[in-house]
Ligand binder design. Sequence first.
Ligand code: AMP
Length: 171
Amino acid sequence: MKELSDYIREINDFPKEGIQFKDITTLLQDPKGTELCLNTLLELLDGEKIDKVVGMESRGFFFGTLLAQKLNAGFVPVRKKGKLPYTTINEVYALEYGTDTIEIHIDAIKKGERVLIHDDVLATGGTAKATCKLIERLGGEIVQCNFIMKLDFLNGEEKLSGYNVKSALSY
Ligand code: AMP
């Protein structure tokens, strides 16, 4: 039987030299792989009640939406600056060179709502940390940050210390 890691394609030197890109399009192409991934992510949550699943642009949208549907929760996209049409709040975070800005709609999370954060890959943790800040500014309670994969050599989990971080696979 195929394992979850078998569905993920690794591409060397994309988008630049030295990066090994974890490609989930091969996982998404396969309904068995997608089901396996979704069930694994749900198991990591261990039955916690969730009001909103927040997915990060753009690969966090795929399983974020599927998770929300399974959990009978709403889905909320966090997007790069300038993409969301309604009133937003934003967070600026550091990249290797320069900064990036992500946004969330101001009415996307209500005070006290229980939130699951989801993305495909936890790398340095910058995106996830900024997402946590956005949710907390809106009064949401972060139940778990959940990823398909985490890249341990980039220490993203350290940046998320204090949060419940779970990942289906570790590299
Ligand atoms: P970071 O903020 O450094 O944790 O980066 C997380 C974001 O970058 C996620 O949205 C990932 O989709 C993407 N990402 C970072 N590294 C990789 C990688 N090696 N393969 C695929 N996606 C990656």
